[in-house]
Design a binder for this molecule. Structure first.
Ligand code: 3PG
Length: 231
């Protein structure tokens, strides 16, 4: 086996998910009211150049949509959002999600994700929370709610004591402020619902979702020198 092949086979699943997320630079956060919409939604995101989504557990159909999509696209970067308990984490890992995202930091959820080799992004918005999340074993943190918690300036301030900590900011991010977040060295990717809002999904406006995704992807490429590796 070549050196490169050996190092790929040694890469853990969680590390691979984090790397893929970083290469995409954006993460559509989706609320689904009808699991049957999942396939059209995912196709629209792929059309826009982003074969990834965080589907939240805020709606009863979210888990079902995820399960169906994972069966159809086992290699896609599909994760569960709004994971608020160990039970949610277990259920989602059992259906094969690539990652879990929580609004806050639940140590049990982080430890369980590490044990099962699934990327967990616990939510943080203060220095103490960053320290707690890191102590639990998290390597990538969701900075939430990004705009309300101080946005780009807060992330710059956190980079002082935590220069090595990687964040995925979400909450209030849009096409208008995406570039300002992507410019920060500690930002791996930005998440948000602006790419595929619930209203557009329910109205069947999938073209508009592809267009929004395409425009966001162009911003990522502009900020990151056209890197487009989703391997
Ligand atoms: C999240 O779950 O991270 C946020 O609800 C997404 O926030 P947004 O709707 O402002 O993008």
């Amino acid at each position: 086996m070549s050196d490169a092949a050996t190092s790929i086979s040694r890469e853990s699943r969680a590390t691979r998910s984090a790397r893929r997320l970083g290469h995409l630079g954006i993460l559509p956060i989706v609320e689904i009211d009808d699991a049957r919409q999942g396939e059209d939604l995912f196709e629209a995101l792929c059309e826009g150049g982003v074969p990834a989504a965080e589907i939240t557990l805020r709606t009863p159909e979210g888990a079902l949509a995820l399960e169906r999509l994972i069966t159809l696209h086992p290699d896609a970067l599909l994760g569960a959002g709004t994971v608020r308990s160990l039970e949610d984490a277990r259920r989602m890992i059992d259906i094969g999600v690539s990652f879990l995202v929580s609004p806050g930091t639940d140590e049990e959820v982080v430890v369980y994700g590490v044990e099962r080799d699934v990327l967990v992004l616990p939510g943080v918005s203060t220095p103490s929370e960053v320290m707690r999340a890191r102590k639990s074993g998290a390597t990538l943190l969701k900075f939430f709610p990004a705009e309300a918690a101080g946005g780009v300036e807060m992330l710059k301030a956190l980079a002082g004591p935590f220069p090595e900590v990687a964040f995925v900011p979400t909450g209030g991010i849009s096409e208008g402020n995406l570039a300002s977040y992507l410019r920060l060295a500690t930002v791996v990717a930005c998440g948000g619902s602006w790419l595929a809002p619930r209203e557009l999904i329910n109205a069947g406006r999938f073209e508009e979702i592809s267009e929004r995704t395409r425009r966001a992807k162009a911003i990522v490429e502009e900020e990151r020198g056209g890197r487009d590796d989703n391997s």
